[in-house]
Design a protein around this ligand. Sequence first.
Ligand SMILES: NC(=O)c1ccc[n+]([C@@H]2O[C@H](COP(=O)([O-])OP(=O)(O)OC[C@H]3O[C@@H](n4cnc5c(N)ncnc54)[C@H](O)[C@@H]3O)[C@@H](O)[C@H]2O)c1
Length: 350
Amino acid sequence: MSDRNPVRLAVVGAGPIGRRHLQAIAAEPSCRAVAVVDPAPAGAEAASEWNIPHHLDLEAMLDAVAPDGVINATPNSLHVPLSLACVKRGIPVLVEKPIADRLEPALELAAASEAAGVPVLVGHHRRHNPIVRKAREIVRSGALGRLTAVSATWLLHKPVGYFEVAWRREPGGGPILINLIHDIDNLRFIAGDIAAVQAMTSNARRGFAVEDTAALLLRFHDGALGTVMLSDTVAAPWSWELTSGERTSYSYPNTGQDCYLFAGTEGALALPSLRLWRYDGAQNWQSPLPQEKLAVEEADPIRVQIDHFADVIRGRAEPLITARDAARTLEATLAVSKAAAASGEVVLSA
Ligand SMILES: NC(=O)c1ccc[n+]([C@@H]2O[C@H](COP(=O)([O-])OP(=O)(O)OC[C@H]3O[C@@H](n4cnc5c(N)ncnc54)[C@H](O)[C@@H]3O)[C@@H](O)[C@H]2O)c1
């Protein structure tokens, strides 16, 4: 592969997020799309839209096209088997989140990637958002002092039609594994790893087998505590989707609210507004607490992620989130339902 030529990417799975990746590839000079794989009509449609070859099957495409990298945007249960097939052939993969629907296959993919030295980047695209990068920089710089309390909200109303698809009403198809996993990953990336989780879940409003609401307590490795409130059945404006202005495969209004709060012994930070509070003088609740608004240059995290994947393929960068790291995010997310079922704390592996 010449360093001057764009990396050749194949997109596997032409659903909404696979098509979003195709748009991002078209916008980034570092890469170009060379094939679409999808047995459904969506595959042929996407291939025709971008004027690239269409294949019904991953292995046949790998034989025919030999891409430099593969984007695996298939349903969750295919993330590990299809990514393993690429890793076996030495082809780097960008696999959508969640890395798997269970921890064991996620760890199997991590081990295979490490043993073969073939990078796997997991599609937690929010890590590529400049707001999230800035927040991590601030928290890690010590500007907030010792991080002590974290609060996150994911409160919104999904449309009734969303639940016409049967698996979305069943355990595993709900907001914990589909949506909360993004927030858990953001919190891990910004505030550090999670040591333990306690939770309660409820299906009392929608009445489906799957949860519609959850309340979490988190303990971070460095001793900070956190809370997360999650519900897909409330008329509320506080979620990353409704506040960040980020566009993935969907379009949301921006409510102008914050959804994450980080409080340390010396200061506090709200996201996505990036408002930072620090005392000028005495740290005292009767003193004024000045606020400044930090600025970052906006960027589409899906495009930044694709560009990063091109760097990973060229060996210029390590994946911002490896399969092993994503397995930790998955473990913490799966711990929510486990903790709720146990009505107690679930201590994660060290
Ligand atoms: N990063 C994000 O914000 C984000 C957003 C949406 C979805 N996702 C993730 O991306 C994945 C796909 O989501 P979606 O909403 O596009 O799903 P989808 O079900 O709408 O689309 C998946 C596509 O994969 C195709 N497919 C199934 N089996 C295949 C196979 N063996 N080979 C090739 N293609 C195959 C299906 O025909 C379908 O067109 C999910 O894991 C989801 O969690 C991530």
